[in-house]
Design a protein around this ligand. Structure first.
Ligand SMILES: Nc1ncnc2c1ncn2[C@@H]1O[C@H](COP(=O)(O)OP(=O)(O)O)[C@@H](O)[C@H]1O
Ligand SMILES: [Mg+2]
Length: 369
């Protein structure tokens, strides 16, 4: 019999979504079939150090924070083949080691990283340089999907519907705030949504209803990013759909999120716990079909691979449907939207993981060819 597939599960990372990543990674490690896979946990600390240890998973369960993992303990599966114990290194060393890079021992890597410095193409670029197959989107799709402005450019370019929006650069805002405010008010009407271009989890996002709150919203978003999106606000229902595949991606049944508050802000996502999820979304069959078609087109528009969750805003008054964003590494527990929508489509969690690993290997093999 051939050996089990050695899967490196990469988790933690330097973004604000470090803790969310731990939860996703733990679920994935529990969900991967032990008959088929050897799992090698690889933690990335908030400082960006990589820790490779066989018992990182166990220690993760108790400590829930890989930055606290002590170095130099038990032999890892991977360390058994390299003859060393826990290995802690910076990303540059991982590349510099070339053929001796410990990551080369792996058959595939599952980068379970959310947000900047993980979901944005940076880690994907490192894995490309090392030449190891990995789950999910490549450098371009990850980078485009992370950036709300570039996502909209890609969607519009593919003829997909997006809400009217404007890009404000922090420098312009700092130099000529009145002119920027006038310009925005001449193009969009209240309410508007103001967002940093490059974050997730609703951090730095505000709904603004007049000039004073617009000003506050931009200042808030500018504290997170050099580039700020101002978008037309609508009375929105939030429809999401999961996409899976490489060259012939498929879409799941759509779901709907009903936020506990007026919109899906950080509190509704992570604190109140009373947001509701409806799968399938209570929409007409025609609309569900349209959502699925648009989701696949959106995935192709950014050159997606492996997986992505595509989020829509549906105007509850006019019925108009808009693409909102694409998440190339959405939250990934069995009770996350992404997995639940596949489960409702007939693909249970464990099989979903198998599929993602197959897709990673397939994509790598094609890339080689
Ligand atoms: N144009 C809009 N109209 C109405 N609601 C919006 C709009 N843009 C964002 N929202 C609300 O804000 C939430 C967060 O915005 P989103 O663009 O999804 O950012 P994030 O990447 O932080 O999830 C959405 O889930 C939705 O509730
Ligand atoms: Mg969102």
């Amino acid at each position: 019999m051939t050996h089990k597939v050695r899967v490196g599960v990469l988790f933690g990372g330097q973004s604000g979504e470090h803790e969310v990543s731990l939860v996703s990674a733990r679920a994935i490690m529990d969900g991967l079939d032990p008959e088929k896979y050897d799992i090698i946990p690889i933690g990335i600390t908030k400082q960006g150090r990589w820790i490779i240890a066989a018992d990182a998973h166990a220690r993760l369960l108790v400590q829930a924070d890989p930055s606290k993992l002590p170095g130099g303990s038990v032999g890892a599966t991977i360390a058994a083949s390299t003859g060393t114990g826990d290995q802690e290194m910076d990303p540059g060393t991982l590349i510099g080691a070339g053929e001796h890079s410990p990551l080369k021992m792996l058959d595939v890597i599952f980068p379970v990283l959310h947000g900047p410095m993980g979901e944005d193409g940076t880690v994907q670029g490192l894995l490309e340089l090392i030449g190891v197959p990995y789950v999910g989107c490549g450098v371009l799709a990850s980078a485009v999907g992370m950036d709300k402005a570039m996502t909209k450019v890609a969607f519009s370019g593919a003829g997909l519907p997006v809400l009217p929006w404007l890009l404000v650069r922090r420098r312009e805002w700092e130099h000529e705030p009145q002119r920027v405010l006038d310009w925005i008010e001449s193009r969009l009407h209240y309410p508007m949504f103001v967002k940093p271009a490059n974050l997730g989890s609703s951090v730095g996002v505000s709904k603004v209803t007049d000039r004073a709150t617009l000003e506050q919203g931009i200042a808030e978003a500018a504290s997170y990013d050099r580039r700020i999106i101002v978008e037309q606000g609508i009375p929105a229902r939030e429809i999401e759909v999961s996409v899976l595949g490489n060259d012939e991606p498929e879409a799941s049944v759509p779901g709907e999120v009903i936020p506990s508050g007026e919109w899906y802000d950080y509190a509704a996502k992570y604190l109140s716990g009373s947001s509701q999820i409806l799968i399938p979304a209570p929409i007409t069959l025609e609309l569900a079909a349209q959502v699925r078609t648009l989701a696949v087109q959106a995935f192709k528009a950014i050159d997606g691979a492996g997986l992505a969750r595509v989020d829509f805003l549906l105007n509850r008054e006019t019925g108009d449907l808009y693409l909102n964003e694409i998440n190339t590494m959405p939250g990934f527990t069995p009770v996350s939207m992404y997995a639940m929508m596949w489960d409702a489509s007939g693909l249970p969690y464990t099989h979903l993981l198998d599929r993602l690993i197959d897709l990673a290997l397939e994509r790598h093999a094609k890339g080689r060819a």
